[in-house]
Design a protein around this ligand. Sequence first.
Ligand code: NDP
Length: 478
Amino acid sequence: MSAHIGVTGLAVMGANLARNLARNGFTVALHNRSVEKTDALLEKHGTEGDFIRTETLQELVDSLEKPRRVLIMVKAGAPVDNVIEQLEPLLEAGDIIIDAGNSHYEDTRRREAALAKKDLHFVGVGVSGGEEGALNGPSIMPGGSRESYDALGPLLEKISAKVDGEPCCAWIGTDGAGHFVKMVHNGIEYADMQVIGEAFDLLRSGAGIEPAEQSKIFAEWNKGDLSSFLIEISAEVLGHVDAKTGKPFVDVVVDAAGQKGTGRWTVISALELGSPVSGIAESVFARALSSQTEQRKLGQELLAGEEASVEIPETFVEDVRQALYASKLVSYAQGLDMLTSAAKEYGWDLKLDEIASLWRAGCIIRAELLKDITKAYAADEKPANLLFAPAFTKAIAEALPAWRRVVATAVQLGIPVPVFSSSLAYYDGLRRKRVAAALIQGQRDLFGAHTYGRVDTEGTFHTLWGEDKSEISAVDTH
Ligand code: NDP
């Protein structure tokens, strides 16, 4: 019996993907650098489907039907290169190496180009949903060649999450497109988590609503247009009481947020692309600031607050809900706009409706909202920005007064709301007829002769600031 697919790297993610594949009727060859993990998996879950035990990569390769599909699920970074190096001489033209770990898309582009020269397919696959998703149906974002998807897609679609029977898996685009889209998914996830955190802080510190009560509010919100996995689990976390102290769990947790790096990657890449993902960036920085615990201790002692005493309006909870919705929408708009910029830069034909649709289930940002986002990009006329899709233009206009009230109240109370406020600034920056960049262009021309355009005449100009301030036609020399 030949295996349909081999999995090497059987820590929690690889083991769960292997089990998912086996439970869906595929024969899975198993391999891990140290054989203990292979045996542990077989001992605990060997009856869930058809597995083939292998001890070496040669045995793994020999056990596979052709074209061979080898899924690598080892620690991201050098270990992936290490495994590829060992696998490559064992494979034949047309075989497919799949990396479903959290690899950086530039690494995936490099690996794909190198292996393509040897007639091997290399497919970087973004997988979201954590351990649970890997086992029961993740959202899957495969890159690589279209040809490799023909051989691999049916397996991935089968094990992915489903919405109304449709798989949350579709070919994203060539080389690193899958890992890029997964990275941006994680960036949106950071922003989504931060806006929910800001809502919690406002309701707690602003309106004095206890976590247990907030848990009910969040559960209620989860029935409406905010309905999503992250709101659902926030209600659960807020309702949890610490067994040791009897206090709300959120009061005994150190408020320093960790990060593993994909948010940071998104922001670095956005800066390179010139893509204004301000909400995602603020959410990464907010985690970084929260983790500067020593400075925060000093800040508490040394820095004045001068918070105004603000009357909290009766509508505050609903206002916060609307501000949360609007800010969340902006985070999605920014993330999707970044995908549009990346598609131009890297020559990918990214289909935003398909991408939004495969985020509807299985992944961490799964949300009702994604159904409407999918519809917006499936329309004949694609919006240049998500906020320009008629349904969202209307929804955000309705939320706007509450959003402004909440940001103003937060500022007066001294409660930081970096994503609520930066999202509002992005919205106003898109909407305003004239922005501060006019003065910046003047400054740049004065100190660096960087030149400027005029609103009334085509061309490039420079003012002779140090002379008689007359204007000349110019070309930018910088
Ligand atoms: P780890 O990232 O902890 O990696 C451990 C596995 O890598 C083990 O099987 C280990 O083998 C193997 N390994 C490490 N170095 C080497 C090497 N040089 N050569 C061969 N094998 C090596 O495992 P996880 O299951 O947590 O994650 C796997 C991938 O999935 C990572 O890229 C991670 O970022 C990603 N991930 C994705 C998540 C998601 O939601 N999509 C969630 C969690 C992880 P050994 O047992 O011999 O030490």
